[in-house]
Ligand binder design. Structure first.
Ligand SMILES: Cc1cc2nc3c(=O)[nH]c(=O)nc-3n(C[C@H](O)[C@H](O)[C@H](O)COP(=O)(O)OP(=O)(O)OC[C@H]3O[C@@H](n4cnc5c(N)ncnc54)[C@H](O)[C@@H]3O)c2cc1C
Length: 229
């Protein structure tokens, strides 16, 4: 998989801090943009997070080029509704070249792995045969497996990035989407370290794990209650 940040709000942290300051200042945003120091930006962002005042984070957007993820993962990704997506079409693009994802649990088992490759290749061969038989790509694609790789562009604001990361950086989420959001976090950290630092699993905000079983980073609520009793 490859994740590249291909566009973002210029100085995203300053944009957020300026928007936040506008709410409690007689000064205009252009003036604040000139006056706010880096330390003030840092401290404003910290305050917003600790008070749960998250709407200013909607003023910073990030656009990512994501390639080589499976259709399994792109389907999970687009469930995050507060974002914009443009995905490679399987109607207009004939997938003559076979690119697909192999989960590690499958690749460590040679017998299963070879059957997996065979099943994917057979499905793809039938797809190619259908294209040769003049069946439109939009219909031939029904036979393609969810393992097939896809490419897309996604634009998400910092508030939704924090929300999506809270769910998808949780180690209880599926490995491929965890890897995807780890890469997204890495890209944000490069240009906006304060925002990047806030991209973390939900347990860091909650102070406990709300899953049935903890990965070990934080205890579950039940485990904490047992200790308190
Ligand atoms: C580990 C894991 C397992 C999952 N398993 C399943 C599964 O088995 N089946 C399944 O169908 N899905 C599953 N999902 C997807 C999940 O149900 C959500 O669709 C997905 O995580 C998107 O998150 P979201 O709905 O919080 O918010 P987003 O779409 O990211 O929206 C952000 C927030 O905006 C608000 N919001 C957005 N739209 C609305 C709206 N229409 N009305 C009111 N408030 C809104 C909500 O507060 C929401 O939390 C799973 C997700 C995870 C992380």
């Amino acid at each position: 998989m490859e994740v590249a940040l291909i566009g973002y709000t210029s100085d995203p942290e300053l944009a957020i801090a300026t928007a936040a300051r506008v709410s409690s200042s007689s000064t205009t945003a252009p003036e604040l943009l000139r006056k706010l120091t880096r330390d003030q930006v840092d401290s404003l962002i910290k305050q917003l997070i600790s008070r749960g005042h998250l709407s200013p984070f909607e003023h910073a957007s990030f656009t990512f080029a994501i390639s080589g993820i499976s259709r399994v993962t792109s389907h999970q990704l687009v469930r995050h509704r507060l974002a914009s997506y443009t995905q490679q079409s399987q109607r207009y693009v004939s997938l003559k070249k076979l690119n697909y994802v192999i989960p590690a649990t499958i690749s460590v088992n040679p017998e299963i792995e070879s059957k997996y490759h065979e099943a994917v290749r057979n499905a793809h061969q039938l797809y190619l045969n259908m294209l040769d038989a003049d069946i439109p790509a939009e219909d031939a694609r029904y036979v393609l497996p969810q393992a097939m790789e896809t490419n897309l562009v996604m634009t998400m604001n910092a508030r939704e990035l924090m929300h999506a990361c809270s769910l998808r950086l949780c180690l209880k989420a599926q490995w491929e989407i965890v890897q995807l959001f780890q890469a997204i976090k890495g890209e944000v950290e490069r240009v906006a370290p304060r925002i990047g630092a806030e991209l973390k699993p939900k347990c860091y905000q909650l102070g406990y794990c709300d899953e049935a079983e903890s990965c070990g980073i934080f205890p579950t609520k039940e485990e904490i209650e047992v200790k308190v009793r």
